[in-house]
Design a protein around this ligand. Structure first.
Ligand code: ARG
Length: 475
């Protein structure tokens, strides 16, 4: 790096060591922020003009250079050179190369410390929306499947043991509920991100650019940050973003685990489409759930990105420290990971098929209707603890007879407890059990339909948010 290309150097006598230059350099990853750096530079130049620190003709020339660079950057034709330390250095150099000496004026009133955090906020506000758009598509596909199977009986599990019958629609809809919460997390996060760090300068604020409300608004923020030291130190919004990505990863992973498990020969409830499965290089019969396994695997990486950043932040005193340069790679990796994973995951979900026959057959297995006997007795005024005991005795009898509890005869049941009259047989079916679970969040088919309806309304509101990015383009 020659002294002339650095944004600093006046007080140094020796050149930077080559190994130090390599360590310091970040253009190989932060170049991705170039469009945002150009955008905020464009606003900054106008702010300097409003403060009468750059005249109209200079402003015009610099803004024209920025627009040209932006066009090139958008079409992927703009690259930093070997000597550029970071994206900010490169952009300043390029502007000076186009407009000459007056380009040096753009550094007045700002610092890379407030620049870099502004770039990252601008990037992340768009990223959160792109990921949310993908989550909207995923929720829509899950809900199509959930609607199709709104009344399909399925075994319901707790502790991975048969518990009570549920509808398959309910099982599927639980996943869109989780992903909707993730989009809501982004909308909530966006409120806290909505303050512009520009004007914080290195740490103390700017003596030259003071109309920070105007600057903030030009960049799509509703206000400037409150405290210049906090503004350049704060990476909470990065940690929170990585946390949300991690939770999305965890949700994908748990869904994936169910698909992997339930598609195994032992369960055989769900089948993956050929398009979203892979084969084995040695075993010709194999069809593996790799899309689900990669989702499960990549969740570890998303959590790793969050953990790494939190450890980086933990010991840092406030204001800018160079450690903060380490915040960008995990962000880009989490963004890229989800943008790669989500379309494939959505495709996999869309093309899942279910063995409805097997699901019907197994829904009542494992004495999963035992609770119906207890509920039946409660309605006959038997205290639940006694009803529970009696139903347990019925299960014991069924086990001794090697049948399911609902396969006992009415005589068998009456022999356990006399109030188990003939009409208990009516509640001892999967259909009756499902219809009975009609509490607001319950699994009954009617409730599942209503639940999906409410979700779809929420999704369309969230979709509007996801499709509106407050960050402007250069005009
Ligand atoms: N490249 C740095 C980063 O990514 C920003 C520059 C701030 N550097 C400095 N020496 N103050 O965080």
């Amino acid at each position: 790096m020659s002294k002339s290309n650095k944004l600093w150097g006046g007080r140094f006598e020796k050149d930077t060591a080559t190994s130090m230059t390599s360590l310091s350099k970040s253009t190989h990853f932060d170049w991705r922020l170039a469009p945002f750096d150009l955008l905020q530079t464009d606003v900054h130049v106008q702010a300097l003009n409003r403060a009468k620190l750059i005249d109209d003709s200079e402003t015009k020339q610099i803004r024209k250079a920025i627009q040209d660079l932006f066009k090139k950057a958008s079409s992927g034709d703009l690259f930093p050179n070997e000597m550029d330390e970071d994206v900010h250095t490169a952009i300043e150099r390029m502007i000076i190369e186009i407009v000459g000496e007056i380009g040096g004026k753009i550094r007045a009133g700002r610092s890379r410390n407030d620049q870099v955090v502004t770039d990252l906020k601008l990037f992340l506000r768009g990223s959160a929306r792109l990921i949310s758009q993908q989550l909207v598509s995923l929720c829509e596909e899950i809900n199509v499947q959930a609607t199709k199977y709104f009344d399909q009986p399925s075994p319901g599990f707790t502790h991975l043991q048969h518990a009570q019958p549920v509808t398959l629609g309910h099982e599927l809809a639980k996943h869109s509920q989780a992903f909707i919460r993730d989009i809501e997390r982004f909308t909530d996060w966006d409120i806290r991100v909505d303050n512009c760090p520009l004007g914080a300068g290195a740490l103390a604020g700017s003596a030259l650019v003071t109309d920070l409300m105007w600057v903030a608004n030009q960049l799509g923020f509703s206000k400037p940050s409150e405290n210049s030291i906090d503004a350049v130190s704060d990476r909470d919004f990065v940690a929170e973003y990585l946390f949300i990505c991690s939770v999305i990863g965890v949700h994908l992973s748990r869904f994936a685990e169910e698909i992997i498990l339930l598609s195994s020969t032992e369960f055989g409830y769900v089948k993956l489409d050929d398009q979203y499965s892979t084969g084995s290089s040695i075993m010709p019969q194999k069809k593996n759930p790799d899309a689900a396994e990669l989702a499960r695997g990549k969740s570890g990486r998303l959590i790793g990105n969050l953990t790494g950043l939190l450890v980086t932040l933990k010991g840092l005193p406030f204001a800018y420290n160079r450690d903060l340069q380490e915040d960008k790679e995990p962000v880009f990796d989490s963004h890229d990971t989800l943008m790669l994973l989500l379309p494939a995951f959505t495709g996999m979900v869309k093309t899942l098929s279910f063995d409805t026959h097997k699901l019907n057959e197994n829904a009542s297995k494992g004495h999963s209707l035992a609770t119906e006997i207890a509920d039946f007795l409660v309605k006959k005024n038997v205290p639940f603890n006694q009803a529970h005991e009696i139903s347990g005795n019925c299960v014991k009898l069924a086990e001794s007879k090697k049948v399911e509890v609902h396969e006992l005869t009415s005589q068998d049941l009456a022999s356990v407890f006399k109030e188990l009259t003939n009409d208990v047989m009516e509640v001892l079916t999967v259909k009756a059990s499902l219809l009975a679970r009609s509490s607001y969040s319950g699994t009954s088919p009617v409730n599942v339909k209503a639940q999906i309806g409410r979700m779809n309304e929420k999704i369309s509101v969230l979709n509007k948010w996801a499709n509106h990015n407050p960050v402007p383009e250069i005009s």
